[in-house]
Design a protein around this ligand. Structure first.
Ligand code: NDP
Length: 462
């Protein structure tokens, strides 16, 4: 099939172009022209599995969904990447997520390939029994294609520890083996401590390095006003870590609207974040809490909106942590106008290409206080999959590390991830005198080069 005959895949094409354009605009292909061939090869998944998921709802009706697993690249290790259950899921979205995952996993320094999967199943409004029956049916097919040394899925949007548990149980029944085939497992049955926290904590650890580098070690999260979108796993733990480090969290959101501080002072408290976490376990909306007197006296709720243009007062840091393309070009400009200096994606491809262009234009040539620094999800949110990799290591050796041990390793991985992107940008990306290095280009080149070299060693291109 020629490229012209392929179906349109807008999200995947966006992710591909974002990576390819940063490689093109660097000196990588001048120094290593043969890597153009590697780019062509790496952009085609090794395998895509697509299957039917039939399950029974509580009324006894037959329900049908589509299941997918994109096994994108196994050069560095078993395919690794989450499962997303959301009505918007399609092959384009899973290919974009799987593609990003290849390079993100490379940046962790651990031996993991890249993959992603999921279903257009909507867990919202479903009973526990319906979710269990769906997960059992989904894994009945998926288990033929995964394994601890082949492909190790995890959670993503709509897939929490509960769904991982149902799927793990079904894998174990069918295959008659207890192996670490999924990560994000319950902590009493093979899960790693700090895995739930890892993505959100990791983003904040990463941004801490950005702040310290840009300020020459003079600044930290202390006193910073941090706008966050989303209120799920990533957003909750990012928010809690920001507060622990002395910052203020000034917004959260969900798919129905944004909750932002009404005034210019204060912060979400850990108790308020825990209240939001509790309603999210029941898959309820923030709007339910927003209308209570405790919340309405402190926050304003804007239905159907994202936080970025609705914040009162200054923004220092923005952490998009809900879903893809959640910062537009205009919203990027609004954030900069509000004083935002650091943007790091908890979500995958959180920024549109227009937003990235705005952020990068304000990085280049700007010196000192006025510079804007943007970090892409594939670097900033790598902490989640990194601790998944640590979970695999613990399962293989039948040991459990303490929270402190996992957290220490997570911190080191995020530091290495930051330094790797930084050093690679300095090596390959021409920048105006005094500009901060491009973390998006540096991270893309560092991840891509590692995978391309491994693929060459395996004879995947020559
Ligand atoms: P959750 O399902 O826990 O939370 C998702 C949050 O985003 C919810 O607040 C949800 O709102 C909101 N959201 C979902 N879809 C949309 C939409 N179309 N528009 C606006 N808001 C939306 O997911 P996670 O926190 O795990 O994931 C968030 C992002 O982080 C995703 O991009 C994911 O790929 C990425 N990520 C996650 C990792 C992890 O370890 N979990 C690792 C690396 C990246 P509502 O509650 O109303 O549905």
């Amino acid at each position: 099939m020629t490229a012209q005959n392929l179906p349109s895949e807008p999200e995947f094409e966006q992710a591909y172009k974002e990576l390819a354009s940063t490689l093109e605009n660097s000196t990588l292909f001048q120094k290593k022209p043969e890597f153009r061939k590697a780019l062509q090869v790496v952009s085609v998944p090794e395998r895509v599995v697509q299957f039917r998921v039939v399950w029974e709802d509580d009324q006894g009706n037959v329900q049908i969904n589509r299941g997918f697993r994109v096994q994108f690249n196994s050069a560095l290790g078993p395919y690794k990447g989450g499962l997303r259950f959301h009505p918007s899921v399609n092959l384009s979205i899973l290919k974009f997520l799987g593609f990003e995952q290849i390079f993100k996993n490379a940046l962790t320094g651990l031996n993991m390939g890249g993959g992603k999967g999921g279903s257009d199943f909507d867990p919202k409004g479903k009973s526990d029994n319906e979710i269990r029956r769906f997960c059992v049916s989904f894994m009945t097919e998926l288990c033929k294609h995964i394994g601890q040394d082949t492909d190790v899925p995890a959670g993503d949007i709509g897939v929490t520890g509960r769904e991982v548990g149902f799927m793990f149980g079904q894998y174990k029944k069918i295959r008659n083996e207890w192996v670490g085939v999924l990560t994000g497992k319950g902590q009493s049955w093979g899960g790693s401590l700090i895995r739930p926290e890892a993505t959100g904590y990791g983003v904040v650890y990463y941004v801490d390095h950005m702040i310290k580098y840009a300020s020459g070690g003079k600044e930290s999260f202390a006193g910073k006003r941090v706008a966050i979108s989303g209120s799920g796993n990533v957003a909750q733990y990012a928010a809690l870590k920001v507060i622990e480090l002395g910052g203020s969290v000034i917004s959260l959101s969900d798919s129905q609207g944004a909750l932002v501080l009404s005034g210019e002072e204060g912060s979400f408290t850990p108790e308020e974040i825990n209240q939001i976490a509790a309603i999210k376990v029941e898959r309820k909306q923030i709007s339910e809490l927003a209308s209570t007197s405790a919340f309405s006296s402190k926050f304003k709720y804007i239905a159907g909106a994202r936080p970025w243009t609705n914040i009162t007062g200054r923004v220092d840091v923005a952490l998009p942590s809900a879903t893809q393309n959640e910062v537009s070009g205009d919203e990027a400009k609004a954030l900069i106008a509000a004083g935002c200096k650091f943007i790091a994606e908890g979500s995958n491809m959180g920024s549109t290409q227009e937003a990235i262009d705005v952020f990068e234009a304000h990085r280049e040539g700007n010196q000192g206080a006025s510079a804007i620094w943007y970090a892409p999800g594939k670097a900033a949110n790598a902490g989640g999959v990194a601790v998944s990799g640590l979970e695999m290591a613990q399962n293989s050796s039948r040991v459990t590390w303490t929270s402190e041990e996992v957290d220490t390793r997570l911190k080191h991985i995020m530091e290495d991830c930051f330094n790797n992107g930084l050093a690679t940008a300095k090596e390959y990306v021409p920048a105006a005198e005094g500009s901060l290095p491009s973390l998006v280009a540096g991270s893309n080149i560092a991840g891509f080069t590692k995978v391309a070299e491994a693929m060459k060693d395996h004879g995947d291109w020559w």
